[in-house]
Design a protein around this ligand. Structure first.
Ligand SMILES: [Zn+2]
Length: 280
């Protein structure tokens, strides 16, 4: 298995997005004046495994509009085709795209894709809701033209600490797991790499590893308790499995990915790598 980190430009987000206040200000601050972060990466991922090339998310495009809490910095020469070429990959070789969730910075790159596209059925239901339609119109964030992923259900039972999962590869080494919170149907993709690491392509399950450790609720999560429960589940998974945690916008994701640095929960030693090789 070979995983490639792709980067399609950067995004700066409001301080209140990364460090939301409690109560009504959590979401209100997104729309009030405030300082913005340094540019954060917009990562998506390519996985070569058993002769199949899959993408997890597709990044953003130069056509992306800013929203009150996020400023996009994406040039045309940073979009998916260029990001793939930089990794030595061809878009035409992609067999399947899996979406973590249906926000623009993860799905806009679909305009470049002709392969089959998969998304969690729960995410597609929430995308179709009247509220979501109103928000997309208000924030001028249309779905990419022809957006029609094939829905899948997380009906393969538990995977590690995650209650709900769906194997994406035949051998079960690439698995979608339910990580609701940021959006109602958000998923992450866990790849069991050749060394036995659980490489978790976490989308926006959290913005950073620091946020995960802090159990800090997202500014946009519709249900606070669901998001906290997901963060606890991810940490529980990290205690059971040597997990390399890679959110899409964490400035440290690339370094952790390159060094295969596992999440260290409460200073405990990460689980033995060799034991996991046997479990594959
Ligand atoms: Zn995002």
């Amino acid at each position: 298995m070979k995983i490639h980190a792709l980067t399609t430009g950067t995004v700066s987000v409001k301080h209140g997005f990364l460090f939301p206040r409690h109560g009504a200000r959590r979401q209100l601050d997104l729309f009030l004046p405030g300082a913005f972060s340094e540019p954060l990466p917009i990562h998506c991922w390519a996985i070569e495994h058993d002769g199949i090339l899959r993408l997890v998310d597709t990044g953003d495009t130069a056509a992306a509009r800013n929203v009150p809490f996020a400023r996009m910095h994406v040039r045309q020469d940073q979009e998916l085709p260029a990001a793939m070429a930089a990794a030595g990959l061809e878009l035409d070789d992609v067999s399947e795209v899996v979406l973590t969730h249906a926000h623009g910075d993860h799905i806009d790159g679909l305009v470049h894709v002709r392969s089959r596209v998969l998304a969690n059925e729960a995410e597609l239901r929430s995308v179709a809701s009247p509220m979501a339609r109103v928000m997309r119109r208000m924030l001028r964030q249309p779905l990419p033209a022809g957006f029609a992923p094939e829905p899948f259900a997380l009906d393969d039972g538990p995977f590690g600490a995650f209650e709900r999962s769906r194997a994406l590869s035949d051998d079960g080494r690439i698995v979608a797991v339910g990580t609701p919170g940021h959006t109602p149907g958000h998923i992450s993709v866990i790849c069991v790499d050749d060394a036995g690491n659980h490489v978790m392509l976490a989308g926006d399950a959290t913005d950073s590893l620091e946020q995960l450790h802090s159990l800090r609720v997202d500014a946009v999560a519709p249900d606070i308790e669901v998001h906290v429960a997901t963060m606890k589940t991810i940490l529980a998974h990290c205690t059971e499995h040597r997990t390399v945690y890679l959110p899409s916008h964490d400035p440290d994701s690339l370094a952790r990915f390159t060094a295969a640095t596992p999440v260290d929960v409460d200073g405990a030693d990460p689980p033995d790598q060799a034991a996991h090789l046997l479990a594959i």
